[in-house]
Design a protein around this ligand. Structure first.
Ligand code: NGO
Length: 526
């Protein structure tokens, strides 16, 4: 009821706005501001009141006189200039319609406060990440046309009121499989742009698998030049030079996303085994692989040379990684005995620690002894055996943190329905409601809610080879993952969420995102 009243008030107020610019025509749909809470992920609190702010040709962006402050202002200006056509100078003094302030307050490391009224919009945060997330909220409060790169008519209204917002979880991840099919730097950046809009903060890159090794390692050059030379279906593959990789890390960091690199071991290693015969127990390199089977390859657990290899790879990768985490895979080691798996993880985890990084592994890592501080990424599903769930829950009770990526909820490569032309279906069909409608805190029986560090949505690429295909599978499920990671449990409600989700469609159209028009979502008429 309060929500509806709030929106009505906003509509009334929008009609009455006079800011010195041309009056807003009454009744024009574009003249009403987006309701304050109509953002994904849902903010922790949104209190609408008063008149909206209207950007005009004289609007300035006021920032703190620091490098970080200026950068946040420049990013906002770059976002708004093309569609508004306004100059939007970024200034450290004098009056400004939009202000970005770094100031101590109860916002946490990533939270922010947004105040808006006839007088302007102010976003306040402790840290630059909070300002950035606040800017994403402001972006969604503006009409979808703001995403277009050519001048649009406006008007550019921001509903009046106050948003106080901070994330539920510290880990809000998305994973790209660049191994099964290779995606170049620009394609990864494009996905990063999508993630930034929804306040994700981790970009997990699955850099190696049977079908391709995608990162240059100077001490083992054939990994990339040979092991990276193909992909599923036999295409040319590719790999990131170290300069490429640093560029991805920089681009993500500018958008407050931390890159989590993964080298999957001891299985999912055919590309490495094919590149170096000495990594094989029998000393014979297998051929490159372009199919989609899993679990058939294994590094040679008994050979010391294997650990020289792991040490070199982890050392070089850690040096490229400003973030805290390094993912060592550990899934589907079907051709490694349990004893060998445990022995392997006992030797590999200390190598990660030696280079200053914290281990992340797929949840099979809990069959070994996870290192202190390690995180396990759970990718089971409803049908996973109780014993396997309990193994993960026991590790969680013992201090291992959990990242939740249930395959029948958050695997973005699962088909939506039987008719989805792309994707896999081994975890079933995952429609939009199923993907969204669960609670991370109570998801895994026996795991304490405090062990849950957050959620992650993986996008495996056996069937995907273009950004358009990635986006079709990611949208509209990706924003749901973002909401599960960011928004308080109290805001979780499918019937309201689907309305906010539907309201994103014009924005995706403006951004050129081709999404799945799920029949579960009340999309606006085209
Ligand atoms: C599994 C498997 C991957 C597949 C993916 C496809 C994990 C962690 N290991 O998830 O190799 O690509 O399913 O959905």
């Amino acid at each position: 009821m309060t929500r509806i009243l709030g929106s009505l008030l906003l509509v009334a107020a929008a009609g009455a706005v006079t800011t010195g610019a041309a009056p807003v025509p009454k009744g024009s749909p574009a003249a009403t501001a987006t309701p304050l809470g109509q953002v994904i992920p849902a903010p922790a609190s949104a209190a609408p009141y008063g008149a909206p702010y209207r950007l005009d040709p004289g609007t300035r962006i006021g920032v703190d006189p620091t490098r970080e402050g200026r950068r946040a202002g420049d990013q906002l200006a770059a976002l708004l200039r093309p569609a508004t056509g306004y100059r939007l100078p970024v200034t450290t003094h004098g009056a400004a319609g939009i202000r970005l302030r770094l100031a101590k307050g109860p916002y946490g490391a990533e939270g922010y406060r947004l105040d808006s009224g006839r007088w302007g919009v102010t976003i306040t945060a402790n840290e630059p990440a909070g300002l950035f997330h606040g800017v994403q909220t402001l972006r969604q409060l503006l009409p979808a046309a703001v995403e277009r790169r050519t001048p649009q008519p406006g008007p550019w209204l921001v509903a009046g009121g106050t948003i106080k917002d901070a994330p539920r979880y510290a880990w809000r991840g998305a994973m790209l499989d660049v191994s099964r099919h290779f995606f170049g730097v620009d394609e990864v950046k494009r996905y990063v742009d999508r993630l930034a809009l929804y306040k994700f903060n981790k970009l997990h890159l699955h850099l190696s698998d049977d079908q391709g090794w995608r990162i240059a390692i100077d001490s083992w050059p054939r990994l990339a030049t040979y092991g990276g030379s193909t992909e599923v279906g036999g295409g040319p593959g590719g790999y990131y030079t170290k300069a490429d990789y640093r560029e991805i890390v920089r681009y993500a960091a500018d958008r407050h996303l931390e890159v989590v690199p993964e080298i999957d071991m001891p299985s999912h290693t055919n590309a490495a085994l094919a590149s170096y015969a000495e990594l094989n127990c029998d000393g014979v390199a297998p051929p490159l692989y372009t199919g989609t089977d899993v679990g058939f390859s294994s590094l040679c657990v008994a050979k010391d040379r294997t650990y020289d290899f792991v040490d070199d790879v982890v050392r070089e990768l850690a040096a490229l990684t400003p973030g805290r985490y390094l993912h060592i895979g550990g899934d589907e080691a079907h051709s490694t005995s349990h004893e060998d798996y445990v022995a392997f993880m006992d030797r590999v985890q200390p190598i990660v620690a030696k280079y200053g990084k914290t281990v992340v592994g797929w949840h099979q890592l809990t069959a070994a002894k996870p290192a202190p501080g390690a995180l396990a990424q759970y990718w089971g599903l409803d049908g996973t055996s109780a014993a396997e769930k309990e193994q993960v829950a026991a590790a969680a009770r013992n201090g291992t943190g959990l990242i939740l990526s249930p395959a029948d909820r958050l695997y973005l490569d699962m088909k939506y329905t039987k008719d989805t032309p792309l994707g896999l279906a081994w975890a079933g069909y995952v429609e939009v409601q199923r993907s969204y409608d669960w609670d991370p805190a109570s998801y895994l029986p026996g795991a304490p809610a405090s062990a849950v560090r957050g959620v992650e949505a993986p996008l495996w690429a056996e069937t995907l080879s273009t950004p358009e295909q990635q986006e079709f599978m990611a949208f509209p499920r990706l924003p749901g993952a973002a909401e599960l990671g960011w928004s308080p449990a109290a805001t979780h409600d499918w019937d309201r969420y689907k309305v906010r989700l539907a309201a994103q469609a014009p924005r995706w159209d403006a951004l050129g995102i081709g999404f799945y028009h799920s029949a579960q979502v009340p999309w606006p008429a085209a």
